[in-house]
Design a protein around this ligand. Sequence first.
Ligand code: NCD
Length: 351
Amino acid sequence: MRHLIDITELTINELEKLMETAIDIDEHGEKYAHAMEGKILATLFFEPRTRLSFEAAFIKMGGNVIGFDNTISSSTAKGESLIDTIKTVSIYADIIAMRHFLEGAAFAAALNSSCPIINAGDGGHCHPTQTLADILTIKRETGRLDNLTIGVCGDLKYGRAVHSLINALSRYKNNKFILISPPELTLTDNYVKQVFDDNGICYERCNSIEEKVNSFDILYMTRIQRERFDDAAMYERLKNSFELNVDMIKNAKPTMRILHPLPRVTEINTNVDNGPHAAYFKQVKNGMLMRMALILDLLKQKDNYYENFNILDTEKKCQNNKCVVNSERNVNNYQKKIEGQNVCAYCEKEF
Ligand code: NCD
C-alpha cells in the first residue's frame, strides 16, 4: 500500500507520469469513466475546502463518496481520537483524502490506516495535491518546469501550499525563487536551510511585487492564513499586506502566469481575472485532473510505504505545539533524518 503525505515522496519521473495521465483524462475522459466503479472514497475534512475537488474527481471515475467537512458531524464531536477515526473509516473506504489542522496528522493517519491516505493539507505543514495542480498548470501554461523565475508572495510562514510547491520546484534545474512577504511571515529559517541552502538553490527575498515583476515567469499569490495565527491583532495588521491589481503587473512578461491555490480574499483584485496572466481558475481544473490521476495510481501501487521512511522510536518530545503528536491520543513519538538532522517524523521540525 502507498500513501501521499508529502510531495517529496514522488520522484520527478512519477510526477511526469501523473501529468501525462491527467492530460489523457482531460482529452479522453470516457476511458476513465468507470475506473472507480464499486469503490469508495472517504473525504475526512477537519478543515474546509478542496473536498469538492476530490469528490468530483472520484465521481467522474464512477466511484462513490462518503465523508464530512466539519468535526461537528464526525465522531470527533464525541471525543474520538484521530487514530480511531482512521482505523474505522479505512474499513469502509478504499481510499481516504483527509485535511487536518494539526501538522503531521496525515502521516499519523497513514501509520494507522488499512487503505491509502492522501494528505489534503495538514496544518501549515504541507499540501501535496495542491502542488500537483500547480505543476500541471505551470507545465501547460509555460511548457516547462525548469529554468523558471518564480515569485512567491503572501504568507510564506503558514502557507502549506507554498511549502510543498517549493519542495517540488526546487528539484527541477535552474529554478530561482523570489520570496515576497511581510517580515513576520517569511519562510522559517529551518525550511530555508533544508530546502534552499543545503541544496544550493537560488533565492532572494524582496518586499514588493512591482520591484521584480518583470523577471517573473510565475507569480504564486497566497492568502494570509488567518486560522494559523496565535495573535488575532497580528492577523488584522497583516491581512491586507498585498493586493495585486492590473497596474502592478503592467511590466510583466506577456507569458508570465499568476497562480493562487484559492480561496482568494483580497490579495488579487478581480480586475486581474480576465487578463492574459490569470491562471488560477485553470489551476482548479488541473487540480481535479491530477487528483484523478493520483487516485488511479495509488490504488494500483503495492509498495511498502513505511520502509521508505526510516522512522525510529524516540524519547525526545516534539516542541511544536501545532504538531499532531502533542494534541492527539495514541500517536507515538517518532523521529527521522532530513539532511542529516533529526526531526519529528510528523511535522519535520527540529527537536
Ligand atoms: C489552500 C490550502 O488549503 O492550504 N487552499 C486549497 O487547498 N484550496 C490555500 C489556502 O487555504 O489559502
